[in-house]
Design a protein around this ligand. Structure first.
Ligand SMILES: NC(=O)c1ccc[n+]([C@@H]2O[C@H](COP(=O)([O-])OP(=O)(O)OC[C@H]3O[C@@H](n4cnc5c(N)ncnc54)[C@H](O)[C@@H]3O)[C@@H](O)[C@H]2O)c1
Length: 238
């Protein structure tokens, strides 16, 4: 019987790197996203998913369970749109919350029902959950803080049956997010402007984030639950 992992946001930079890493670790990986990935990755299959729809999530889990035992669910989906302090765009804020936070909670609920008893549920937050400097995207920041709260709530609730729930908090990654990721970074001086706040003096890569996720999904992390693991070249410590 195959061991299966679902990766939402599977067409994105971190999602694809995570798919590659988990496939190397022996998982059959379901990359799930509103968009198809730009490449095919050995050991991964693609399924269209919109985390705003409970039906779409049900279909995703139904399909994943036909492939084998569901051992890992990794939520890397997300959107970043500017919502600077001083503005209040009700629709924009609602759409960010619907995907980043409500969509993640919906995925976590389904994972709680369908994951194997010793499975792993992984969230992805951001260094921006714990710093105020990135206030140009305050709605995004708030959703990332919410994801860290979901991590603790689900870790406590699902721990009794052996499911380990953890979160990876990337710093600013070498590949900006789609949407306004690149634009808002450039507006603030690009990657260069972030280095004074980054002890390792470089941005982390999608592969480094994926490696932390792979570790948290593995047996080597069997004693780890409810943590938020920064992968940020030291940005949170600054
Ligand atoms: N890139 C960075 O600098 C950075 C930094 C910190 C945290 N993060 C977090 O890491 C995660 C992955 O980011 P990334 O850099 O790979 O970004 P990305 O923009 O490359 O990938 C995000 C993916 O989510 C998908 N998505 C959007 N709406 C969706 C929906 N409704 N249903 C399903 N999928 C949907 C997109 O299609 C995209 O493929 C995100 O949660 C992001 O907040 C990224």
């Amino acid at each position: 019987m195959s061991v299966v992992a679902i990766v939402t946001g599977g067409a994105g930079s971190i999602g694809r790197a995570t798919g590659r890493r988990l496939a190397q670790d022996g998982f059959t990986v379901v990359l799930a996203d509103v968009n198809a990935p730009a490449e095919t990755i050995a050991g991964c299959v693609f399924v269209r998913l919109d985390v705003r729809s409970a039906e779409s999530i049900d279909e995703l889990f139904r399909f994943a369970l036909t492939l084998g035992t569901l051992q890992a669910v990794v939520n890397t989906h997300g959107i970043l749109h500017e919502t600077p302090v001083g503005t209040f765009d009700e629709d924009e804020i609602a759409s960010i919350i619907a995907i980043n936070l409500t969509g993640t909670a919906r995925m976590a609920h389904a994972a709680g029902v369908h994951l194997a008893d010793d499975g792993a549920l992984i969230f992805v937050s951001s260094v921006t959950a714990s710093i105020g400097r990135a206030h140009g995207g305050y709605a995004y920041l708030a959703t990332k803080g919410g994801i860290e709260s979901l991590t603790r709530a689900f870790a406590v609730a699902l721990g009794a049956r052996g499911v380990r729930v953890n979160c990876v908090a990337p710093g600013f990654v070498s590949v900006p997010m789609q949407g306004s990721g690149a634009e808002s970074r450039e507006k603030r001086g690009g990657a260069e402007a972030l280095l004074p706040f980054t002890p390792l003096n470089r941005l982390v890569t999608p592969v480094e984030v994926a490696d932390a996720i792979g570790f948290l999904c593995s047996e080597q992390a069997s004693g780890i639950a409810g943590v938020v693991l920064p992968v940020d070249a030291g940005q949170r410590a600054f």
